[in-house]
Design a protein around this ligand. Structure first.
Ligand SMILES: [Zn+2]
Length: 214
């Protein structure tokens, strides 16, 4: 089911996939349509742990995601950074007239995000757009994303181009071993550290290198 641009009764829609799959570009498209629509007002939230530098595709420019939602296609929208362990903060930021709430990098929020999204859609009757990685490095469900995919009225899963073989069905995020130590130490990794990998390449890479012990 394609998303309906005017949601009357509140609902949840999820845009998901691996790294570099175009989730934020799809989210940006939906946000832009909302901005053009009369009477629609969008509130965008990002977790404080999701801040990173994004390289814009056509210009190569690096853009910081602090207080803005940025897609690799180069579109940006104002956003609020809120604590990853307190997604309830959204209720303080809602305004009279807010019709749409977007959570970017949603996999980093703690699991109270599930109840928050239900409340926004059911009680406040808002359109809730959740954008995030469905799987972590180990191919396990990431944060609240699996449950939000179940809760959602609409789910769009994007695929990326596999960095290893060039096929366009990459569905996993691989982290090269050179970054494992930094990951273990909890350091922020470069935005392009994770690589999109298809099923077959992910399996080969895992067999060759194993996975980090965290
Ligand atoms: Zn591949």
């Amino acid at each position: 089911m394609e998303h309906n641009p005017i949601i009357r009764n509140g609902w949840i829609e999820v845009i998901t996939g691996c790294v570099f799959s175009g989730k934020s570009d799809e989210g940006s498209k939906r946000i832009t349509k909302e901005c053009y629509a009369k009477g629609r007002n969008v509130l965008i939230l990002t977790p404080n742990t999701g801040r990173r530098k994004i390289t814009i595709c056509h210009s190569g420019e690096e853009v910081d995601t602090k207080d803005q939602f940025v897609s690799r296609a180069g579109k940006s929208h104002p956003a609020f950074e809120i604590p990853h362990d307190n997604p309830e903060k959204v209720f303080e930021l809602l305004k009279e007239g807010t019709t749409t709430v977007v959570f970017e990098e949603a996999q980093f929020f703690n699991k109270t995000l599930i109840d928050v999204c239900h409340c926004l859609a059911t009680k406040y009757k808002l359109r809730v757009i959740v954008i995030g990685l469905d799987k972590d490095l180990f191919n396990r469900g990431f944060g609240s994303m699996p449950e939000l995919m179940i809760a959602a009225e609409s789910v769009k899963k994007e695929l990326a181009t596999c960095l290893h073989c060039g096929s366009q069905n990459a569905n996993s995020s691989w982290l090269p071993p050179k970054y494992w130590k930094e990951l273990k130490e909890g350091n922020i990794l470069p935005g392009d550290a994770f690589e999109p990998a298809c099923r077959s390449c992910y399996s080969d890479l895992k067999e060759e290198h194993g996975l980090p012990q965290l």
